[in-house]
Ligand binder design. Structure first.
Ligand code: HEM
Length: 412
């Protein structure tokens, strides 16, 4: 039977991405129904590239307003914690307009020098020891500091941001958080981000920082949010809480995953590392291939607003629809040899930032800048990588996170 795999089995994901199962599902059941244990209601699982893009584009039918994860929050819960990512047009368009100018390729280019300096500093420390955990020493260090620079976050709080972000994104991993979604009774936290008490802590920290910024505005993104108007009104306290939390959460862990899983890919394909070192002109295509291959966010969920059809399958109004970007990124109908890690791949219209719809990752240019700069710096300084122990994955079907990547490096 096509659905024999259970895509909600997090212990399976902790062992690895079920690429073989997705390959079979794309062939045998490109849009398939999966049941879920109560209180959840089950979901349509979309595996093919073209169907994912079609659903992303059709926001009137496939809404983000009921959330983008498997969770099924009530309207009241949603109202308290709705961020830009779970908003439909026209509200989404207004929120996006506030921040889009800060994230264009041109706006982001001003951070190049800063990211290069930061990366060299981080590598000076990391590479001084012959053997180290790449996640802790490198992948974790760069994204949060870049985000702090863009948003104007105080340096003293960065470790707390990392910790809270981890506990939220990895809210299904008991090694990372003591309040586990699907295991613990999280009803008391249902109005907080990720249905977690740590979501409330992130809001509180955000409010302290916002209060400071109100006293002394700067030219950072938080100040932009504080001065923004939508339909003649300033953003409400709830809007600010949620904008703050989505930016911290979305910009940190995802980029960390791309960097760490990208280096793991080069450990497993050393000939591609040699190729990049021999031809720095491949940096841009290598960055895109790292993003396709690592797919830091495995899926986004939508909810059908009306009865419709996707990939020849009838979907009812109210049904949950999960778009598996991680499967679309390996779709044979879109990519030649999708199971090959090829740093020269072109074209490479991967789905790692989403595609076709208005929610396309706001931070895509920031992420590309960071991944490209880290790869370029490592290519200059490291002749090769070797695993110094088994990588440890996060227990999640939402992110492709690594907790640990023990490495030995051969200096260039
Ligand atoms: C490799 C790194 C990253 C990956 C893989 C990633 C992935 C994604 C994905 C899949 C979406 C949803 C797209 C959709 O629904 O179609 C998204 C949205 C978003 N991302 Fe990223 N992201 C990354 C980095 C960043 C960074 C660095 C920031 C901020 C500095 C950021 C901020 C956002 C925001 C605010 C949204 C919501 C946009 C909206 O709803 O309009 N992301 N991202």
């Amino acid at each position: 039977m096509a659905q024999a795999v259970d895509l909600t089995d997090l212990d399976m994901w902790a062992r690895g991405v079920p690429h073989r199962e997705f390959t079979r599902l794309r062939r045998e059941a490109p849009v398939a129904w999966f049941g879920e244990p109560a209180p959840n209601s089950g979901f349509w699982s979309v595996h093919g590239y073209a169907d994912i893009v079609t659903a992303s584009r059709d926001v009137a039918t496939f809404s983000s307003a009921r959330g983008i994860s498997f969770e099924e929050p009530t309207d009241e819960d949603m109202a308290a914690r709705r961020t830009i990512i779970d908003t439909d047009p026209p509200e989404h368009t207004k929120l996006r307009k506030i921040v889009s100018g800060s994230f264009t390729q041109r706006a982001v280019a001003v951070y190049r020098h800063f990211v290069e300096g930061l990366t060299e500093e981080v590598l000076d420390t990391a590479l001084a020891g012959g053997e180290f955990d790449f996640v802790d020493a490198v992948a974790k260090e760069v994204p949060i500091r870049v985000l702090a620079r863009i948003m104007g976050l105080p340096g003293a709080d960065l470790d707390t941001f990392i910790d809270l972000g981890d506990r939220l994104i990895a809210n299904t991993d008991p090694d990372i958080t003591d309040v586990v979604w699907g295991r613990d009774d999280t009803d008391a936290y249902r109005r907080y981000p990720f249905r977690s008490p740590y979501g409330k802590q992130l809001w509180d920290l955000g409010r302290e920082i916002v209060a400071g910024r109100l006293r002394s505005p700067g030219d950072d993104l938080l100040s932009t949010l504080l001065q923004a108007e939508v339909d003649g009104d300033r953003l409400s306290e709830t809007d600010l809480d949620n904008f703050f939390s989505i930016l911290v959460i979305a910009g940190n862990e995802t980029t960390r995953i791309a960097i760490a899983q990208g280096i793991l890919a080069f450990c497993e394909h050393p000939e591609q590392w040699d190729r990049l070192r021999a031809d720095p002109g491949l940096l841009d295509t290598a960055t895109e291939e790292v993003l396709r291959w690592t797919c830091p966010t495995h899926f986004m969920r939508r909810t059908a607003m009306a009865g419709t059809e996707l990939g020849g399958t009838a979907i009812r109004a109210g049904d949950k629809v999960v778009l598996w970007y991680v499967s679309g990124n390996r779709d044979e109908a879109e990519f030649d040899d999708p199971a090959t890690f090829d740093i020269g791949r072109s074209p490479n219209r991967h789905l790692s930032f989403g595609r076709g719809g208005p929610h396309l990752c706001l931070g895509a240019h920031v992420a590309r800048l960071e991944v490209g700069i880290v790869l370029a710096a490592l290519a200059r300084r490291v002749a090769g990588f070797e695993l110094a122990g088994p990588p440890r994955r996060i227990r999640s079907n939402f992110t492709n996170g690594l907790r640990e990547l023990p490495l030995r490096v051969r200096p260039a």
